[in-house]
Ligand binder design. Structure first.
Ligand code: SAM
Length: 278
């Protein structure tokens, strides 16, 4: 018999393919929850069957969330309500943030049980920089809106991550090439499943590969950051330093120009003194 849980909201991440990825803590919380709010009860029933339990479920998805939410918030005062999505981490391109927002406003206990998420799994496979990344979810389906969304991201010095579907991949890759240039990218597909693969290369290669061959299954697209900016020329650095010296001390001017151009601050300081005849 599972230990009773304190009343509140339990946000439970579930596997993105391989059911073995359900954490022991997630299984324990699902076993003990009074109610599980689910996207699709058929999908969650399979997961519950896998761990040998049956719990009451209530659909909570984009189409009924506004209607169902107040009742769930009410029940959280005296019951343990778990929230799951069909796969991965709830709230990540899935419903849930308004439930958390309202539960917080109502003073309910909120606990997260972290686990798989396709975006993080894909980043780990991609071999692209992970120190700064922006997750942009699903891009708009229509070309014009998709191009506009990409144009907004083009100058960002970060790896970009998107969810995408097989049938739309070729068109999306064409727009990535047009708006972001030929950056390094990775297509991570069917992660943790039998046909898991991660195809990497410049976007132009990926455009060619997928042009007439839409891949099957679930996909995450990772795009590397723009290449390092061209270093400023020695003349340009000198000009910037002279301009800065018109209003700032040699030390301050050297600092400003070093930040703006990436040039060495000590060398700039020595040059600033030289320019001032010191
Ligand atoms: N909440 C989920 C998460 O944390 O990953 C994402 C839900 S979103 C509705 C579903 C999308 O996630 C899919 O269309 C696909 O882009 C991506 N995805 C989910 N599972 C995946 C997998 N096993 N391999 C690759 N992408 C996956």
């Amino acid at each position: 018999m599972a230990e009773p849980l304190e009343p509140g909201l339990y946000i439970v991440a579930t596997p993105i393919g391989n059911l073995g990825d359900l954490t022991p803590r997630a299984a324990a919380i699902l076993s003990a929850a009074d109610l599980i709010a689910v996207e699709d009860s058929r999908v969650t029933a399979k997961l519950l069957h896998h761990i040998g339990i049956k719990r009451p479920m209530l659909p909570y998805h984009d189409h009924n969330a506004d209607k169902v939410r107040p009742g769930l918030i009410e029940r959280m005062a005296h019951e343990a309500i778990a929230l799951v999505s069909d796969a991965g981490t709830p709230l990540i391109s899935d419903p849930g943030y308004k439930l958390v927002r309202d539960a917080r406003a109502a003073g309910r206990k909120i606990v997260t049980i972290p686990g798989p998420s396709a975006v993080i799994a894909a980043l780990t496979l991609s071999g692209l920089p992970t120190d700064r990344f922006l997750f942009a979810g699903f891009l708009p389906a229509k070309t014009k809106a998709r191009r506009e969304a990409l144009a907004d991201l083009a100058s960002l010095r970060a790896t970009l991550a998107f969810y995408e579907t097989g049938p739309r991949l070729a068109a999306m890759l064409g727009d990535l090439l047009a708006e972001l240039g030929d950056r390094e990218a990775a297509i991570a597909r069917e992660i943790t499943k039998a046909y898991e693969e991660c195809v990497t290369g410049p976007i132009s290669d990926l455009v060619a590969r997928y042009a007439d061959a839409p891949p099957k299954g679930e996909i995450v697209v990772i795009v590397g950051p723009p290449g390092a900016a061209e270093p400023a020329s020695a003349d340009a650095v000198d000009d910037a330093l002279k301009e800065a010296l018109a209003t700032a001390s040699p030390a301050k001017a050297a600092g400003l120009v070093a930040r703006a151009t990436g040039a060495d601050r000590k060398a700039l300081y020595a040059r600033a003194l030289e320019l001032q005849g010191k």
